[in-house]
Design a protein. Structure first.
Length: 576
C-alpha cells in the first residue's frame, strides 16, 4: 500500500466527511465563522439527494422536492442564500390516501405524520372507520405516561389511539415519506418534540395540534421555486468563496477524532473530524463488519400529455397503504398540481413522480419495466387511463433506502468523532439542516476558545449533533482501535514535527559523514519516506502537550541551535 502523503505540520480546524446537504451546510457555517474546513465527498458532485435531472426538456427534482416548515430552519437557510422570495407553498387541495382495500380518501387536515389532531373529525372517521376511532374519547383521558415506554412511532400511536389509526392513517403516510413502517422508526427521530408535547398536553391528539400550531400558517410543508436544488447551487458554484476546501471524488478509508485517511493514501489532520453521511456509509466506515448492501428507493418521473388530469382527480398526489394489491408504487406526487411554478414551466403537460421500494423495484430493474409499472400505477391511483401514447418523457433516479434492522438506533461513529447528516437526522431537509447548524455552532464555540493544557475547552466532550469524547479510530472494514482523547493546540504538530525532523537530519548527517555522500543521500531519501509513513504521522498528530507560547519559543530555540550546528559542521566538513 502506498503510504499517505502528508505536508508536515498541516492541520485544518475541521474535516467534514460527506458532501450531502448536512455536510455542506455544516462546512459552510464553520467556514463563515473563520474556521479552516476541508470537505471530502466520494462522488463527483455535492448535494446528495438534492439534485436535478432533465425529463422532456424540463429540469426536475431527482430527489427531495419539498421541506417541512417546522422551526423555520430551511426557510431561514434559504433566506440567507438570497432565496427567501422564492419560497412557495403547495396547492391547498392536499393529497389522498389509497388504502389496502382499494378505497381512496383525502388525507385528514389536522394530522402530523397521519396522527390525527382530532380523532373524531369527519375526515378521520372516513379513513379509519367508526370502529377505528371508537376509543378516541377514552384516549383523550388516558394518563400521559401510557405508551411513554414506546420508542417507535408505531408503538406510541398504537398504545394511545389503537391499531386502526396506525394501519389506515399513520402507516401509509410514514411509509411514503420515510420508506419504513412506523414500527421501525424512532419517534424522536421522525417526530422530534412529540413525546415531550404529549407529557405537556396530556393527550397525543393535543400534542399533535400543539406541534402543528408551531408551524408557519398555511402548510406543514413548503418548497422553493425551481425545486430544492437552488439551496445547493450557491455553495457548489464557488466553495472557495465560502472558505471550504472541497475534495470531490475522494473516498475516505478511515477516520478518528482528529484525522482522516483517504483511499488514495492522503492523511489529513484536523482539530475535529465530523462524519456527515447516510446510514449505510456510516455503518461501512464505523463498524468492523461490512454494511449489508443498501436497498433502493427508485423515483420514476413521467411527463404526460393528458388533459383529463387538469382536474387534479387526487389533489397533489396519493400515498399508498402497505399491502395494497395490484400496485407497486408506494406514493405518487402530481407535481404540476402541487407546484404552480412547475405547471407554468410544463406548458400544459403533467409531471407525475412515483416512488418504489426495493425489492419491488431495484437498481437492476430495466427502465422499460419501471416505466410501464409507473404508467400502470399512475392510471390506477389517479383514475385516468394512461398509456405509452400519452408519455412525453420518462426519467429515473435511485437513492439508498434507510437501514431497516437498525432503523430505530443512531449510528455512533466512535466517541470523539462528530456526526451530522442522514445517519443521525433521518430524511428530509428540515431534519438534516437543523442539527447540522447546531453542530456547527457548537464546534465554532469550542474551537474558537484557546485550548487548555489538559485538553481544551470541551471539544473532546461534544456528541453527535454537538460532538466528541474518547475516540476510537473508525476504519472501513477494519477493527476499531481506541486512541487517547486530547484536543491539541494547532501549533503542536508543527512543533513536534520540527523536533523529529531536525533530529532525524542530525542523525542523517552523522551517518552521511561516515558512509559517504552517496550513502547519505540514500539514507535521507529513506528517512523522508519514513517521515511520510502513516505510523509516524499518526504519532506526530497524537504527540503530547507541546502547548503554550513559551514551549513553542523554547522548541524553536532548540531547533535553531541544532540547525546551526548541523550547518556549521556540514559546511566545515565540505571544506578542504
Amino acid at each position: 500500500m502506498t503510504p499517505p502523503v502528508v505536508t508536515p505540520g498541516a492541520v485544518v480546524d475541521v474535516a467534514v466527511v460527506g458532501g450531502g446537504m448536512g455536510g455542506i451546510v455544516l462546512a459552510r457555517d464553520l467556514a463563515a465563522a473563520g474556521l479552516s474546513v476541508v470537505l471530502f465527498e466520494a462522488s463527483d458532485r455535492l448535494g446528495g439527494e438534492v439534485s436535478r435531472h432533465v425529463v422532456a426538456g424540463i429540469a426536475l427534482d431527482a430527489g427531495a422536492e419539498s421541506f417541512a416548515t417546522r422551526g423555520g430552519t430551511v426557510a431561514g437557510f434559504a433566506t440567507e442564500l438570497g432565496l427567501g422570495d422564492d419560497i412557495v407553498l403547495p396547492d391547498p387541495r392536499g393529497a389522498w390516501l389509497h388504502e389496502a382495500d382499494g378505497e381512496s380518501f383525502p388525507i385528514p387536515r389536522t394530522g402530523l405524520l397521519g396522527i390525527p389532531g382530532d380523532p373524531s373529525a369527519a375526515d378521520v372517521r372516513a379513513v379509519a372507520g367508526e370502529a377505528g376511532v371508537a376509543r378516541a374519547p377514552a384516549a383523550a383521558g388516558l394518563p400521559a405516561d401510557v405508551g411513554s415506554e414506546e420508542t417507535t412511532l408505531g408503538g406510541l400511536v398504537r398504545a394511545r389511539m389503537g391499531e386502526a389509526v396506525v394501519d389506515r392513517l399513520v402507516s401509509p403516510i410514514v411509509s411514503g415519506v420515510h420508506s419504513l413502517h412506523p414500527d421501525l422508526l424512532a419517534v424522536d427521530r421522525v417526530a422530534p418534540g412529540l413525546r415531550s408535547a404529549l407529557q405537556r398536553e396530556g393527550s397525543l391528539a393535543a400534542a399533535v395540534l400543539g406541534l402543528r400550531a408551531l408551524a408557519p400558517a398555511g402548510s406543514a410543508g413548503a418548497g422553493i421555486r425551481g425545486g430544492p436544488a437552488p439551496l445547493v447551487d450557491p455553495i457548489v458554484a464557488d466553495p472557495e468563496r465560502d472558505g471550504v476546501d472541497v475534495r470531490l471524488g475522494t473516498r475516505v478509508r478511515s477516520i478518528d477524532e482528529t484525522s482522516v485517511e483517504t483511499a488514495g493514501g492522503e492523511y489529513v489532520r484536523a482539530r475535529q473530524v465530523v462524519l456527515a453521511v447516510g446510514d449505510h456509509d456510516a455503518v461501512a466506515l464505523t463498524t468492523r463488519a461490512s454494511s449489508v448492501p443498501p436497498g433502493a428507493i427508485t423515483l420514476a418521473t413521467l411527463v404526460v400529455d393528458r388533459p383529463e388530469l387538469d382536474a387534479a382527480p387526487r389533489g397533489t398526489g396519493v400515498l399508498v397503504a402497505p399491502g395494497s394489491t395490484g400496485l407497486r408504487a408506494k406514493a405518487l406526487t402530481h407535481a404540476t398540481v402541487k407546484w404552480s411554478w412547475l405547471a407554468d414551466l410544463a406548458g400544459g403537460r403533467h409531471v407525475l413522480r412515483l416512488s418504489f421500494d426495493s425489492p419491488v423495484v431495484d437498481r437492476g430493474t430495466p427502465d422499460a419495466e419501471v416505466r410501464d409499472a409507473a404508467l400502470a400505477d399512475a392510471a390506477t391511483l389517479l383514475g385516468v387511463d394512461l398509456a405509452e401514447r400519452h408519455l412525453v418523457g420518462f426519467g429515473r433516479a435511485a437513492w439508498d433506502a434507510p437501514r431497516r434492522a437498525e432503523a430505530a438506533a443512531v449510528t455512533e461513529p466512535g466517541v470523539g468523532v462528530g456526526q451530522a447528516g442522514g445517519a443521525v437526522a433521518g430524511r428530509g431537509l428540515a431534519a438534516i439542516i437543523a442539527p447540522s447548524r447546531r453542530q456547527a455552532a457548537s464546534l465554532v464555540a469550542a474551537l474558537s476558545s484557546p485550548p487548555s493544557r489538559d485538553g481544551g475547552p470541551g471539544v473532546g466532550r461534544l456528541r453527535s449533533g454537538a460532538g466528541v469524547g474518547q475516540p476510537p479510530r473508525a476504519t472501513l472494514g477494519g477493527r476499531v482501535r481506541h486512541m487517547p482523547s486530547r484536543v491539541r493546540p494547532r501549533m503542536e504538530s508543527p512543533v513536534r514535527g520540527k523536533l523529529i525532523f531536525v533530529a532525524g537530519a542530525a542523525v542523517g548527517f552523522v551517518l552521511g559523514a561516515r558512509a559517504g555522500h552517496d550513502r547519505y543521500e540514500q539514507i535521507t531519501e529513506r528517512a523522508s519516506k519514513v517521515w511520510n509513513s502513516r505510523a509516524v504521522q499518526r504519532q506526530v498528530a497524537k504527540g503530547q502537550d507541546f502547548a503554550g507560547a513559551k514551549t513553542a519559543d523554547g522548541v524553536d530555540a532548540v531547533v535553531t541551535g541544532i540547525t546551526r550546528g548541523i550547518s556549521k559542521a556540514f559546511g566545515g566538513g565540505r571544506k578542504k
